[in-house]
Every structure is written in C-alpha cells, then in structure tokens.
Design a protein. Structure first.
Length: 75
C-alpha cells in the first residue's frame, strides 16, 4: 500500500500525515503500519466501494470525513 508508505515517510520527517482508505483495505493498512513500526497510526476509513461514485459523490463522501482528517493531522 503506497499510501501507508507515504504516510510513514512523511511522519518520519516530522510532517503530520494521514490517509484515506476504504474498509476493504483496513487490515492491510493495519499490517503495513505495524510492520513499519507505526502500530496504531490513524487513518480515515471510507465505506467500500468508491470506484462507482461520480466525482461529485466522491467529493461529498470525503467531505463528511474532513473533520476526522483534520483532527488526525493536528493531534
């Protein structure tokens, strides 16, 4: 999962980072964070699937999680 790798690399550089993923990828993300020494790192979990959403629907969905993302980045 490139998003986990990127998130970890940002965090190592002192840059707060989080990521969006869909529910189906949660276990993979948990494993990747653990294997990279960041067990318990937060992420934003969206319902699955999202590939069938139109751009405006995807925007509306992600906007519902904006506060969660901001909390993770500013904690």
């Amino acid at each position: 999962m490139c998003s986990v790798h990127d998130t970890v690399e940002f965090e190592k550089r002192g840059i707060p980072a989080t990521m969006f993923l869909t529910q189906i990828f949660k276990n993979a993300a948990l494993y990747q964070f653990r294997s990279k020494g960041m067990d318990g790192h937060p992420f934003v979990e969206l319902p699955h699937p999202v590939s069938n959403l139109k751009p405006d629907e995807m925007r509306a969905l992600t906007m519902r999680y904006l506060d969660q993302m901001v909390r993770q980045l500013t904690a």
